[in-house]
Design a protein. Structure first.
Lengths: 419, 419
């Protein structure tokens, strides 16, 4: 496997990067539980770089405190990151203590001590470099290095934080640089074929590709952050997501599925709810007006999706979806635009509540008839398809918003994603 | 004044170091109050280096957490300091935010960022150096630099903490290095001639010398740490202690009182309670036995004070005091020692509860009759003197433990220390 090869090349044989999120280290008891889990890993002969988030809701309560001392202005982002960076230092020190108490040689390191250098944009910094020499030296003396996630320092030595999903990003970056695999532990046991809260019997996936994972972002949202998945894809870091609180097998996120694994046609089904679909009929003129409409919508801050356009005798016929919270601003923006250009004859129907249901799978590349199977599965339940878009590994359809769950259920059944 | 001269020499004209303790920054409201106080100082044209402790009881609760994750062993001191160092970083960041909210240009700095290098003995490290170039650079851009007290880093970049009174020590060290005066704010308004809880009407001192302060340690215990006073004495840092929560004038601690100030004979009266006095009579032989007794007591861990010895016809007569908690171990140790040396004829009377009352004042140097005034003040209240020791600036007497408060009161009256 290329990852292990890379690991050996980079001088980190047996290194595993593990990341434990805030809910995994929320209390002293949970920290002791994580220490036992790490210890078990060390006993298999591994060296472990453990990346931790701040305990539970620490970050939230620090933000609240910051607001209180800064009632009339936003706190300076530099000071905010100085404040927030303490959260991970607390959990890293405590986990290191818990490991030492279990007789596991461990040391904690913050962003200063490990030379995690980032760009200077506070609260949303990008990792520029990690000083592996320091990690390497620690790994000679300790079995575990506990590293503060979510944070870095600027070249000038100011603390930065990495923004949402920051600790996942820290873990993947360290794994990428060291050529090691990366395990992300949280309170969710893995990635499922569909949302298990909506589709009882949804399967947990044994493995999924980076590309599929990015398409199925909503299924993985609570498990790992998409910024970390993108980084893992770029550097081909083997990711593994599982529950902190059980020994149950989790989900691997890889470049491609192992050869011995049968590639499923559809890996998962995801749904985007709370959308409305607009139809603008009889738009006169050439594409200029349509393009003007999109510019207007962008200015109004509406996020447009699932666009389709057709033309007939010089009149265009446009459909698109937006989030339902943007419904009113879209109606107003389009109407204003048309009126300000003295256009007549066009009609804009009120938005229709819809959901976008997507079937995702690397297997679609090579399988035929996937679209056909999808359509008949929906038709057999009398669910109308109000729009469609496809890519190499994705088919998305718009359906009546009230029937989204039924549609997901139908596809899960058709493609054997549930039991 | 030499301090201002030093300050100008070191390139820090107008610099004042201020230190605010844990109770001064215990809540967001108190942090905002400190910010207003610092702002008022900046508005007089000063640049302020503010040293802060952790908020309220933060350090205590982190220690409790550390014990929980390390149930079977003491947490590694290195990890303990990694943990505890976050406390001051939180309060420094919050105070900097509060200052910025009041439009005061401020930045927070931790031990890494200010190069506060210490020895490597975790939990009780000694400051070796402070990088004034960094402070100086900050002072060009900001009016206030908020500095994490109580902490440093080793030359290898591990966090250390300075032990009890650590933030006071940080503040004085910075002031010493920068040649600036140092103000220590707490919830106590200054140094008093006697304990104001015991002696109603005790005066607050306008000024006191380092030496007096060290002799009167118990009077200053809640105001500033003696380690910081020693450091201030060594580098002649002008100290000033006052309340965070009022504008009331506090107490200056200086090398010598300003010339315009009349030097009082006695500056303050302090009392050490919970002592017992032992008398060992008829110790045979030469000094060897007495010296053996002291060695035995040292091994038993007893802290001996107020020793006196007299001899008569080859027999010695020894008295000393110890803390009452050591009473039993002293009785046993002396008896065992005498018996193991087959000595006879000696007697050891049970301990008598006593208190050591000390009158301290640089003025004693030159004033005559102080001892006489002290004795008659006690005698006029029929308080017996059971022992006495003197130094240049100190007369201590042993009195019946139940009459300690009366004795202090008598001296306070005699030397005009109360109203």
């Amino acid at each position: 496997m290329n990852v292990i090869a890379a690991s050996k090349q980079n001088g980190f044989p047996n290194l595993i990067v593990q990341k434990y999120g805030g809910s995994s280290v929320a209390t002293s008891e949970k920290i002791c539980g994580v220490a036992r889990k790490v210890k078990a890993r060390v006993e298999t002969g591994a060296k472990v770089a453990v990346v931790v988030s701040a305990m539970g809701k620490t970050t939230d309560s620090m933000i609240a405190l910051a607001r209180k001392v800064s009632p009339s202005s936003e706190p300076p982002p530099r000071e905010m990151d100085m404040l927030l960076a303490t959260g991970e230092q607390v959990s890293a020190a405590l986990l290191s203590m818990a490991l030492n108490d279990l007789k596991v040689p461990a040391i904690s390191r913050n962003a200063f001590q490990l030379g995690i250098v980032t760009s200077g944009n506070y609260s949303n910094a990008r990792i520029r470099d990690i000083n592996l020499t320091l990690l390497s030296r620690d790994m000679e003396r300790y079995d575990v290095v506990v590293i503060t996630g979510f944070q870095g320092i600027t070249p000038e030595g100011d603390f930065t934080t990495l923004g949402r999903g920051g600790s996942d990003t820290s873990a993947v970056a360290i794994a990428a640089k060291a050529g090691a695999p990366c395990e992300i532990y949280s309170d969710v046991p893995g990635i499922f074929t569909c949302d298990p809260h909506k589709v009882p019997g949804a399967h947990k996936l044994e493995a999924i590709t980076y590309t599929e994972m990015l398409e199925l972002a909503s299924l993985g949202a609570k498990v790992l952050h998409m910024r970390a998945v993108e980084l893992a894809r770029r550097y081909e870091v083997n990711l593994y997501c599982a529950s902190t609180f059980s020994e149950e097998r989790g989900t691997s996120v890889l470049k491609e599925l192992p050869e011995w694994m049968e590639t499923p046609v559809v890996t998962g089904v995801t749904v985007a709810r709370n959308q409305v679909r607009f139809v603008v009929k009889n738009i006169p003129g050439n594409g200029d007006i349509v393009s003007g409409i999109f510019q207007t919508l962008a200015l109004a801050g509406a996020n447009i999706d699932m666009i389709s356009m057709a033309g007939d005798r010089g009149l265009s016929f446009l459909t698109f979806t937006v989030l339902d919270c943007d419904e009113k601003s879209v109606l107003k923006a389009v109407t204003d635009y048309m009126n300000s250009h003295n256009l007549t004859g066009w009609t804009l129907e009120p938005g229709v509540p819809v959901a976008k249901v997507s079937a995702v799978g690397d297997g679609m590349n090579t399988a035929t008839g996937v679209a056909g199977r999808l359509f008949s599965a929906l038709r057999s339940r009398s669910i109308s398809i109000m729009g469609i878009s496809t890519s190499d590994i994705n088919i998305s359809v718009l359906v009546d918003g009230t029937r989204a769950d039924e549609a997901v259920e139908a596809l899960a059944e058709e493609f054997a994603l549930k039991s």
